[in-house]
Design a protein around this ligand. Sequence first.
Ligand code: ZN
Length: 327
Amino acid sequence: MKKSIFAIAGCIFFAWSCTKQTETIPDERIDDPALETPVAGNRCAAEEVLAQQLLADPGLAARMQAIEDVTARYVKNPGNYFISNGNVVIPVVVNVLYKTAAQNISQAQIQSQIDVLNADFSAANADYNNTPSYFQPVRSGDLKIRFVLDQVIRKSTTKTSWRTDDAMKKSNKGGINPTSPSSKLNLWVCNLSGGILGYAQFPGGNLATDGVVCDDNATGKTGTAAAPYGLGRTATHEIGHWLNLRHIWGDATCGNDFVSDTPLHQSSNGGCPAFPKYGSCSASIPMQTMNYMDYTYDACMYMFSLGQGTRMNATFLAGGGRTGFAQ
Ligand SMILES: [Zn+2]
C-alpha cells in the first residue's frame, strides 16, 4: 500500500523504531580513519537528516504534503500543466570547504561534476544503454533538466571532517552560507565523516540549509574522486532527492518511493549486482538496481525511471517546491 508523507512523518514522530539510523553519528567516529573511506550501504544520509528536520520543524510535514498534493495532480494528468518550453537550467553554486590542499578540489574536478549531471539528466550518459531490456521501456529519457556552473566559493577550515548536521552550510559554524537558494542549487563539497558520501535536503525544507552535500572523494570524476564512487553519481543521486525523489526501496523493507514504475526493493543494494536480482518483495519482478536512487557503485547506476522524471518535473510547478528554477 502507498503511504502518504504524513504517515511517514507520523511513523517518525511516534515510533522511532520504524525508521533506520535516525540517530546522529557519534562524535567518536569522526576522526576514525577507517570511516573516512565510503562503505557499502552508507551512501547517503538524506532520509536520516529529513527525520531529524521533521522532529525539529513542526511545519515541515505539512509543507512536504502540500508538495505531494501538487505532484499527485501532475502525475495524474501531466498534459494539463505547462512546465517549460525548453530545458530547466539550474545554476549551481559550488561551496568548497578544505583543510588540505587536496580537498580544495580543482576547477576541472568541479566541471567534471557538472558534466556528469548534464549527461545523467539528459540520458546522454554512455552507460545509459547498459539498461537491461526489461527496464528499457521505463527509462526516463531526456529529463530536460540542465546544470550550469554559476560560481565556486572556497573556504579554508580547521575542521578535519563534517557531520550531517548542516554546519557546512552555516558561516557561524565554520561553513559557507548558501547563495540565492531559491533560484540556485548550492552544492557543498567537504570531507564528510562516517563514510557518508552525501546528503540532500528535500523540497519544502528551510532555505537556509537547502542544497546538497558531497564528500570531496565522491565529487566529479577526476582529481580526488575515488572508485568505486568516483564517477560523479553521488551528486546525481542527491539532486534526485533535492528534486523530491526517495530511495528506490522507500527506506523500508519493500517500501514505497512514491513512483509507480520502479519495482519494490527489499532494501538498498550495494556493489554491482548482476541482472536480474530478486528480493523478497517479488519472485518474478527484478529489482532496478541500476537506478540512481539505489546504493550501488557509481559504475553500476545509470538510469532514472519515467515516473521518477515525472515526479522531479512536478517540483517546477507552482507549489512544487522548486518553482524558482523554472524561469
Ligand atoms: Zn540518498
